[in-house]
Design a protein around this ligand. Structure first.
Ligand code: ADP
Ligand code: 5GP
Length: 247
């Protein structure tokens, strides 16, 4: 594709949909790839807006027909996949494309398209993740504790893959994380396409560089420790216990 392919992964509930939607309000020429899934629509989700919702049979027919750039069974439960058509549409429009996909899908895309820019989003700690998942469920009017615990349980496993990503964002303060994501997109356009940065250019490049995985280690340390990764026993803030801050 002519534009840049951005992959964004994160444990469910970290805020990546929120970040991508805020980014797209600020930066033009970035398309979002609408994935296919066999999971049921949540809350106010609409077919063709957040996802294309389909059946397992249809999804398996699409796999057999080679229609997916990547696909995976996420949480061992539902299929999710990126249609090759998304890339084709972005290419034709001359736009960049963002894929919001899990770590398995990201590995497949990196293999097929090593030039893709990958970004991993982390919640600041397990407690914030649990609160966000719970608040989202409540806002959608569906509180499914089994699903919530399943997603929390997967978070640590997904975070263990952070090293495979070029950039790391800690989504603590939303405005700051949005500015960091915007800086990454503008910096990549500058380095790859020579596209000038219209404002605060040195600041934008600095912010993006600080998010490079190799430069983000100090910022990452407490987050990884809170999730019990990197030799830490972690889980000082158990995601499953009662938390008075939740209500
Ligand atoms: P994801 O796409 O990663 O599953 P969402 O974007 O749906 O996550 O965000 C999960 C919940 O967390 C939403 O209710 C969203 O409004 C909230 N949220 C996102 N970012 C932040 C943030 N920085 N601080 C507090 N809440 C946030
Ligand atoms: P949710 O059910 O919360 O919308 O998404 C669950 C997980 O599926 C998230 O980690 C999200 O990134 C991932 N996901 C969404 N679309 C795709 C896709 O097309 N392919 C893959 N591999 N994962 C996806």
């Amino acid at each position: 594709m002519a534009g840049i392919l951005f992959i964004i992964s994160a444990p469910s509930g970290s805020g990546k949909s929120t970040l991508v939607s805020e980014l797209r309000k600020q930066v033009s020429g970035v398309d979002f790839s609408i994935s296919w899934t066999t999971r049921a629509p949540r809350g106010s989700e609409e077919n063709g807006r957040e996802y294309y919702f389909t059946t397992r049979d249809e999804f398996e027919r699409m796999i057999a027909a080679g229609m997916f750039l990547e696909h995976a069974e996420v949480f061992g439960k539902d299929y999710y996949g990126t249609a090759r058509q998304s890339l084709e549409d972005a290419r034709r429009a001359g736009h960049d494309l963002i894929l919001d996909i899990d770590v398995q899908g990201a590995a497949q895309v990196r293999k097929a398209m090593p030039e893709a820019v990958s970004i991993f989003v982390l919640p600041p700690n397990p407690r914030a993740l649990r609160t966000r998942l719970r608040n989202r469920s409540r806002a959608e009017g569906v509180v499914d504790d089994a699903e919530l615990f399943r997603r929390l349980g997967e978070a640590r496993k997904e975070i263990e893959n952070y090293r495979d990503y070029s950039y790391i964002l800690v989504n603590d303060i939303l405005d700051r994380a949005v500015a960091q994501l915007e800086a990454i997109v503008l910096a990549e356009r500058f380095y790859r396409n020579g596209e000038p940065i219209a404002y605060r250019s040195s600041r934008v490049l600095e912010v993006a560089a600080a998010c490079r995985q190799s430069n983000a280690q100090e910022r990452l340390k407490p987050v990884l420790e809170a999730f019990g990764i990197n030799g830490s026993s972690g889980q000082q803030q158990l995601p499953f216990g009662d938390d008075p801050d939740d209500d």
